[in-house]
Design a protein around this ligand. Structure first.
Ligand code: ZN
Length: 345
């Protein structure tokens, strides 16, 4: 009988198809092809059995059911094999292979440098102080002896904030010196403290100027603190910061909050004072302003004028970071450029 030959053939067809199947989805399709409720090959044969003669029915019906069972067994066996293979491959994972790397955050270079600075001064016994970034004109200018007509107070240099009616205008602090009088109002000498912090200047930016940058202020006050103490502390700090001997040079300079005042230079750490592009062949690098605290600043803090003496400085933090890491553009620090930032992992 033609139909019997056909359904017998399906057994060997199903067998070879099942062996070739590489996934359970393929096996599912195969099952559908022969046994699916809609248009499954064997299902159709069984459905159309009523159209056959009685003698044909007796042969075709039972045989079709047998073939159906056989094909189901073939498919189920193959499914089992696939599942076993899969579980074996999970069992044989090589645990010595390196894992996927998890990307973790890290510190910004300025934070790294600030932490270094704080560590060094903490070891020297300095306190660390902090102050507000939105500051009053009093603490930022008046209290530290900056005269009314000083150009630093100008709109050109300072970010002034809009004042509420009847209130004094505040500003974004232009220097960490703003914290000096705040600190001295609450402490009595002798003390030594550094104030790292962010400051703001209303100015055009270029490779060496930013509108937002960082300073660290130092303030050491007692009965007999002198320029020699200042020089010593600065030279110990720089030698530890750059991990090599650094020469110090003082030049006269004017800053309203100190008297006498001076500019600090250190020997170029890039070329070891031989002369290079960073130090413009001079062998020296300008670090910032310093001096002996003006008695007017002590007066503004509520101290008796003439009773104490001390030194203060405001050094730029970016400058030091640029020297330490050989960075040639200050704007990179706040650029948010991950190609730059991720070098400091
Ligand atoms: Zn140099």
């Amino acid at each position: 009988m033609e139909i019997i030959t056909k359904i017998n053939q399906w057994i060997s067809d199903a067998k070879s198809d099942a062996q070739e199947a590489r996934s359970e989805a393929e096996l599912f399709d195969l099952e559908k092809k022969y046994l699916g409720r809609k248009n499954g090959l064997l299902t159709n044969v069984l459905k159309s059995i009523k159209e056959l003669s009685d003698s044909e029915k007796k042969v075709v019906g039972p045989r079709a059911n047998e073939v159906k069972k056989e094909i189901l067994t073939i498919i189920n066996n193959q499914r089992k094999q696939l599942q076993e293979k899969q579980s074996q491959s999970t069992k044989t994972i090589d645990v010595t292979l390196p894992g996927k790397k998890i990307v973790s955050g890290h510190l910004h270079p300025l934070t790294i440098v600030q932490n270094d600075i704080v560590d060094i001064f903490t070891r020297m016994g300095f306190d660390i102080a902090d102050g507000p970034e939105v500051e009053s004109e009093w603490y930022n200018f008046d209290a530290v002896n900056v005269p009314d007509n000083h150009p630093g107070r100008d709109m050109q240099d300072t970010f002034w904030l809009r004042a509420e009616k009847g209130k004094k205008q505040s500003l974004l602090r232009t220097q960490t010196s703003a914290v000096q009088v705040r600190y001295m109002e609450k402490h009595t000498p002798p003390f030594h403290v550094i104030v790292p912090g962010r400051i703001f200047r209303h100015e055009a930016t270029d490779a060496s100027h930013e509108h937002t940058f960082h300073q660290f202020e130092a303030l050491m006050v007692g009965n007999d603190i002198s320029v020699a103490n200042c020089k010593h502390v600065v030279s110990v700090f720089f030698s530890q910061f750059f991990k090599k001997d650094v020469e110090i040079r003082l030049r006269p300079g004017f800053f309203p909050f100190v008297e006498p005042g001076f500019e600090f230079d250190i020997s170029c750490t890039v070329c070891d004072a031989k002369g290079c592009s960073v130090c413009k062949q001079a062998g020296w690098l300008e670090i910032g302003g310093a001096g002996m605290v003006h008695q007017n600043v002590f007066g503004a803090s509520g101290y008796e004028k003439g009773k104490y003496q001390g030194f203060a400085w405001g050094f730029g933090l970016e400058r030091l970071a640029m020297m330490k890491y050989n960075i040639d553009d200050v704007r990179l620090f706040h650029s948010g450029d991950l190609r730059f930032i991720n070098q400091f992992r």
